[in-house]
Design a binder for this molecule. Structure first.
Ligand SMILES: NC(=O)c1ccc[n+]([C@@H]2O[C@H](COP(=O)([O-])OP(=O)(O)OC[C@H]3O[C@@H](n4cnc5c(N)ncnc54)[C@H](OP(=O)(O)O)[C@@H]3O)[C@@H](O)[C@H]2O)c1
Length: 327
């Protein structure tokens, strides 16, 4: 698809999009002209010894989209799962693989990518994301999470996320990435970045679920032609969102599991969604998506309006990382 047409379609999408019959591999348009499959398998906290099987099981069950990151420290085993799938006949070009640049690699962007490609056993990824807009000291006291003597986060003030993005843009000509994007970007960070960007990010991957709709970011990204991928749709570890009353009510109305509603919510908003599981039966169950109507979406949207916002990942992760919330 012509990129400007893609931008037009994204910019003119209503806040709730009714896909006639969404499936896990419904292709959602990116501003590059490519499509991202609606559902991806998450691999954060997928332990060694479990993630290889999770990846190969998911691909044999029909998943085409796998979400990885250098920081998850399991890309070698994800790569083993991919290798198993290729051995069984899966074609590389039939998959959509995302990975992410970690914060201590902002001054070594291509090196970070090469480490991920090597671990994954791939020549290219379909999408390479800047994991956080925060450069951290590459020579600190820890390769991933460096701290200063006073215990605060050891940030690298010699460059900004804009410099990092410029390095990410250069990757496009190497053939090692099909698209580049960002993750955990607020509107403030995007407003800081976009005037300097030659390439508009294809994706912003953010925590997103009925307790954290992030409507302002979703609307901003839509207007700029940036696709949203939702992470932690079940509320992350232990899947707390599955028990939320409003979600259970919509699930009962449709005779489906709460997980189906939590995943389908994002498809109705025009976003793709990442569901993590290392449990084969759950990986299978998470494939099911349904069409949610306006009354379902209103019900789900009312949850945060009455109960307030909850971030499941940021308090445990972002704040602990000591990241500033604006540039
Ligand atoms: N860009 C970022 O900064 C960022 C941050 C966080 C996450 N992500 C990505 O998004 C992915 C998904 O988010 P997440 O891992 O935080 O959490 P999530 O997908 O919301 O939830 C994962 C939890 O739900 C459980 N679960 C999965 N399917 C289930 C089902 N059908 N029934 C009951 N429980 C179920 C999993 O258990 P089992 O595994 O034990 O089955 C696990 O405890 C990540 O894996 C990662 O790829 C990106």
């Amino acid at each position: 698809m012509n990129p400007s047409l893609g931008k037009f379609i994204l910019a003119s999408t209503p806040s709730s999009i009714i896909h006639p019959s969404p499936t896990m591999n419904t292709g959602l348009p990116l501003n590059t002209g490519a499509e991202i499959p609606a559902l991806g398998l998450g691999t954060w906290q997928s332990a060694p010894g479990e993630v290889k099987n999770a990846v190969s099981h998911a691909i044999s069950a029909g998943y085409k989209h796998i979400d990885c990151a250098f920081c998850y420290q399991n890309e070698d085993e994800v790569g083993e799962g991919l290798a198993e799938a290729f051995k069984s006949g899966t074609k590389r070009e039939g998959l959509f693989i995302t990975t992410k640049l970690w914060c201590t690699f902002h001054t070594r962007v291509e090196e970070g990518l090469d480490l991920s490609l090597k671990a994954l056993g791939l020549d290219y990824v379909d999408l390479y994301l800047m994991h956080w807009p925060i450069p951290m000291n590459p020579k600190g006291n820890h390769p991933l999470f460096p701290k200063l003597a006073d215990g605060s986060r050891d940030l690298d003030h010699s460059i900004t996320h804009i410099d990092t993005w410029k390095s990410m843009e250069k990757l496009l000509s190497t053939g090692k990435v099909k698209a580049i994007g960002v993750a955990n970007y607020s509107v403030k960070y995007l407003e800081d970045l976009l005037p300097h960007a030659t390439v508009v990010p294809a994706v912003n991957q953010i925590e997103n679920h009925p307790y954290l709709p992030q409507q302002e970011i979703v609307d901003f990204c839509r207007a700029k032609g940036i696709h949203i991928t939702a992470y932690s749709p079940f509320g992350s570890t232990g899947s707390p969102m599955m028990k939320e009353e409003g979600v259970v009510e919509v699930a009962q109305k449709h005779g489906v599991e709460p997980g189906t509603v939590l995943l389908s919510y994002h498809i109705a908003r025009g976003s793709s969604v990442l569901a993590k599981s290392v449990t084969p039966a759950r990986i299978d169950a998470n494939r099911k998506l349904i069409t949610l109507d306006d009354s379902d979406m209103n019900k789900l949207e009312s949850i945060s309006k009455t109960k307030g916002f909850t971030r499941f990942v940021y308090p445990a992760f972002g704040v602990k990382l000591g990241f500033p919330d604006k540039p």
